[in-house]
Design a protein around this ligand. Structure first.
Ligand code: SF4
Length: 265
């Protein structure tokens, strides 16, 4: 199984693609000749995916036969063992409601915006921690029993007690919209009865994102250049699809890598 952050990123990037997952699963029962992969992917696409799988150390290629590396076998084994147990049960939880939005105070960092205090009920208590994966930028703290989420510049902290605090809010309408979003996300998971397993904690660096961008500073994203775009991507203020040059075939690898990285921003 992946050990350090860069290995985890590499494996997550590799396995984020459906064709590569197919290839790995196809190899689960033993090595295959390259010709046998034609039904999974055409020759040129297969070569592209083969290169990525080799770079991630997931497979080995010898005399026209492709097989899982020891690393790849361990990855597949580890995934089978953990997939069932990592789904977290929510079947006993009750749907939540927003019961109060009680304070709008000016933000210290930007007095044109507000801090808002609200309450949701019933209190989430012990299930708060397992809700973390529902929020793309969620971060649970055991010490504070709080879950911090971020959307654009709005930072919301949900406490196990039901208290919710929000920063950088424009007005009460926006506060209610953010709260409704959070409520719907939680209630949808409660309705399903499960949440997905927690993702590994991975820190994405600004330069790492910047290096994957085309670095042409063409301005088609309406930003000053790629560096500004990378900063805004890290802050959740732009989305990857705004960089249209990334859709060109020559940037296919970069685009895939950025898609995986952006899940951890
Ligand atoms: S569109 Fe893409 S390549 Fe062009 S400046 Fe923006 S981030 Fe850079």
């Amino acid at each position: 199984m992946p050990g350090n952050e860069s290995e985890t990123k590499s494996v997550n990037f590799t396995m984020a693609n459906a064709t590569r997952r197919k290839i790995i699963n196809f190899l689960a029962n033993g090595g295959k000749n390259i010709e046998e992969f034609e039904e999974i992917a055409g020759k040129s696409i297969f070569d592209f995916h083969l290169k990525i799988l080799q770079q991630a150390n997931m497979i080995e290629l010898e005399e026209g036969v492709v097989q899982l590396s020891e690393y790849g076998r361990n990855f597949l084994k580890g995934r089978k063992e953990t997939s069932a147990e990592e789904i977290t049960d929510l079947s006993q939880a009750k749907p939540v409601e927003i019961v109060e939005v009680r304070q709008l105070l000016p933000c210290i960092a930007d007095p044109s915006k507000f801090r808002v205090i609200a309450n949701i009920a019933p209190p989430l208590g012990r299930i708060l921690k397992i809700l973390e994966p529902l929020f793309p930028r969620g971060n649970y703290s055991d010490i504070k029993d709080s879950l911090i989420t971020q959307k654009g510049e709005i930072i919301t902290t949900i406490y196990g007690s039901g208290k919710v605090s929000m920063r950088m809010i424009k007005n009460e309408i926006e506060a209610k919209e953010v709260l409704e979003d959070i409520k719907d996300t939680i209630n949808e998971a409660i309705k399903k009865g499960v949440v997905p397993p927690s993702k590994e904690k991975i820190r994405v660096e600004l330069m790492e994102v910047y290096k994957c961008l085309p670095q042409t500073n063409c301005g088609r994203c309406s930003e000053q250049g790629c560096y500004t775009f990378a900063i805004k991507l890290m802050a959740g203020q732009v989305t990857l699809d705004k960089c249209t040059p990334l859709k060109e075939p020559k940037y296919a690898y970069n685009q895939e890598l950025l898609q995986v990285l952006s899940e951890y921003i």
